[in-house]
Ligand binder design. Structure first.
Ligand SMILES: Cc1cc2nc3c(=O)[nH]c(=O)nc-3n(C[C@H](O)[C@H](O)[C@H](O)COP(=O)(O)OP(=O)(O)OC[C@H]3O[C@@H](n4cnc5c(N)ncnc54)[C@H](O)[C@@H]3O)c2cc1C
Length: 304
């Protein structure tokens, strides 16, 4: 079934939901499409403490509040995976649905980077997970390993101590990249153990389930094996932009290039949030991008 709308927003994360709020409130016929439940990464975040005006809130609760507000002025949410966008602003879904829009806003975020080591493909879903909030409860009284030293890794490690008997954080460098607050909490938590100057080499499985991880010392290349039932990599992201690869709007890392009005090189196609090339990928910056992009789309569509 073909559809015609003013603005189609791809992705219902913070960027897409903020954009839908502004566009529909300005009177645009707005359709927001997501291949998952609305909320984006908020659904995977245990606690958000840095969204202005909201002291501390579980990510899924903030997702529900944002979603309800985003559709309260008439924007529509639709489930579907976008497979292709054309320069003529036609959006094609995997199930064959075509949506013709006057403007397109891409807010598809980024997916978790995998370790790319032996054993990983068998381990995913059998002990390896990229979401502590989603899967942490499966690791009650078990030992888990977290890979990565940024804020997300330390927050997730902290969350996992609610269930796991021991959480080992592995970092390549000698220090964390995370905030002082996150580091302090980690060092004060008796359940967390830190292994520095090591990188993952192989995930070991026994009877089809994760049973350990081999780590290599980056200096002397000696290997150690850490027994564990869970592995949680938090080592960065890859932008979700493959459907836009033929448009010529991606940088060498796959992020969408825009100007400061969130406009790509193609008139009427905008990008907002984690999928675009920028410095700081946070909820508040994604929402702000979405608002700027939808306001520009409004000007483009109405000529005002
Ligand atoms: C574990 C974790 C904790 C975090 N904690 C914080 C925090 O405390 N504070 C903070 O400010 N930030 C935090 N962040 C970062 C923050 O969540 C992101 O910067 C923000 O969610 C980006 O919003 P977005 O809308 O750009 O993308 P996302 O939230 O990633 O949403 C993108 C949406 O697009 C959809 N999508 C992707 N591809 C397609 C497709 N082809 N078709 C249809 N839909 C598609 C996805 O399903 C998803 O719903 C955290 C991130 C993680 C992973």
């Amino acid at each position: 079934m073909d559809r015609q709308v003013d603005l189609v927003i791809i992705g219902a994360g913070p960027a897409g939901m903020a954009a839908a709020l502004y566009a529909s409130r300005a009177g645009l016929k707005t359709l927001m499409i997501d291949s998952s439940a609305p909320g984006g990464k908020l659904l995977k975040t245990y606690m958000v403490e840095n969204y202005p005006g909201v002291p501390a809130v579980p990510g899924p609760d903030l997702a529900i509040a944002m979603y309800q507000q985003s559709v309260s002025f008439g924007a529509e949410y639709m489930y579907g995976e976008v497979e292709k966008i054309t320069k003529e602003k036609q959006v094609q879904l995997k199930d064959g649905t075509l949506i013709n829009a006057k403007a397109v806003l891409i807010g598809t975020g980024a997916k978790e980077r995998q370790l790319n080591i032996p054993g990983e493909q068998d381990a995913i879903g059998h002990g390896e997970s990229f979401c502590a909030v989603c899967d942490g409860a499966f690791f009650r009284n078990k030992e888990v390993v977290v890979i990565g030293g940024g804020d997300s890794a330390l927050e997730e490690a902290q969350f996992l101590t609610r269930f796991a008997s021991k959480v080992t954080i592995v970092i390549r460098r000698n220090e964390f990249r995370a905030s002082d607050k996150a580091q302090k909490e980690v060092y004060e938590n008796d359940k967390i153990h830190v292994i520095k100057r090591h990188v993952p080499k192989e995930i070991l499985l026994t009877d089809g389930k994760v049973s350990g991880i081999v780590l290599e010392n980056v200096e002397d290349h000696m290997e150690i094996t850490v027994p564990c039932q869970g592995v949680f990599p938090f080592i960065g992201h890859i932008p979700e932009t493959s459907f836009a690869k033929d448009l010529g709007i991606l940088d060498e890392n796959g992020y969408i290039v825009t100007n400061d009005k969130m406009a790509t090189a193609i008139p009427g196609i905008y990008a907002a949030g984690d999928c675009k090339a920028k410095e700081l990928r946070q909820i508040v910056t994604a929402a702000a991008d979405g608002v700027v992009a939808s306001t520009e789309a409004f000007h483009f569509i109405t000529g005002i």
